[in-house]
Design a protein around this ligand. Structure first.
Ligand code: NAP
Length: 265
């Protein structure tokens, strides 16, 4: 229900599909902190288990919800289509049955310009949302610091620091979640909102910052980026100069603030 401020009713019931994930759990925390009734939906959620690949559990989980944030994800393989594309269709159909007024889809900055199979699936997901019956907002974010950290950590297991010239603008996942949560508490825009980090860096500089912070011994290995994909990444197509919301937390300060990223003994 719309209030005078244009903000939906003060305390809202909002379902977060993928509410146990990297951004999903921060979304639930931000909504609860702001006094909303946030439901965590995922296959392993204790109260509202759902499976987007079958639709199981969705009707019960969405009963009485005013908004739904879809922060689900699949593996970075063609199988993610079952969660992101077919899953969105099932979720939107269940939202229609439940009378949900706003569907918020979490997506990624630059996916139209970077030829990767996973990004084509994300674009398809966006199209399903745009063509659906439920009023929507798509929030496109840049990569979370956590994703860059995991990538560097995986490479460090084989003692490599990937010195690629791909450009990223990573954002703190809590800041991204706060921006997405506040979008869900305002009327649907029928448009995209972008969220990005404060700085653009090549992967090799992020790697050096990570190595300095973690003390891990790695060998800097130049990684060539061939073809259209390489050009798009070098050209910074996953970054944006004028995001609607710009996070404050740099990759270096993210590294400094969490003991999980401290050097391994
Ligand atoms: N990671 C990034 O840097 C980044 C940046 C920008 C945008 N995004 C977008 O943000 C979204 C969330 O990404 P994330 O990194 O937070 O994902 P994630 O950590 O991998 O979490 C995925 C979530 O989806 C749930 N899930 C997976 N399969 C499911 C299914 N069949 N049915 C119901 N729930 C299912 C998982 O829980 P269960 O396993 O319990 O089902 C989990 O809660 C994605 O759409 C992604 O494209 C991510």
């Amino acid at each position: 229900m719309l209030g005078e401020s244009g903000i939906l009713s003060e305390q809202m019931r909002i379902a977060v599909a993928g509410g146990t994930g990297t951004v999903g759990r921060r979304l639930v925390a931000a909504l609860v902190r702001d006094g909303h009734d946030a439901r965590t939906l995922s296959r392993h959620a204790s109260e509202y288990p759902v499976d987007l690949t079958t639709g199981a559990g969705l009707d019960a989980a969405l009963a009485g919800c005013e908004a739904v944030i879809d922060a689900s994800n699949g593996p970075p393989t063609p199988e993610s289509r079952a969660v992101l594309v077919e899953g969105s269709r099932r979720l939107l159909a269940a939202e229609q049955r439940a009378g949900v007024a706003h569907h918020v889809c979490v997506s990624i900055v630059g996916i139209d310009d970077v030829p990767m199979a996973y990004y084509r699936i994300k674009l398809e997901q966006e199209r399903v949302v745009e063509a659906g019956e439920i009023p929507w907002t798509i929030v496109r974010s840049t990569q979370f610091h956590d994703l860059i950290g995991s990538l560097l950590s995986a490479a460090a297991r084989v003692l490599i620091l990937p010195a690629a010239r791909a450009r990223f603008q990573p954002v703190d996942v809590t800041e991204a979640a706060e921006a997405i949560a506040s979008v869900a508490c305002t009327p649907p825009r029928g448009a995209r909102v972008t969220v990005a980090g404060p700085e653009v860096h090549e992967l090799r500089s992020l790697g050096r910052l990570w190595r300095e912070a973690t003390g891990r011994r790695t060998l800097e290995v130049p990684i060539p980026l061939p073809g259209k994909l390489g050009r798009a990444l070098r050209d910074g197509r996953l970054t944006t100069a004028e995001p609607d919301v710009r996070g404050q937390v740099t990759f270096a300060s993210w590294l400094a603030k969490s003991p999980r990223r401290a050097p391994r003994k």
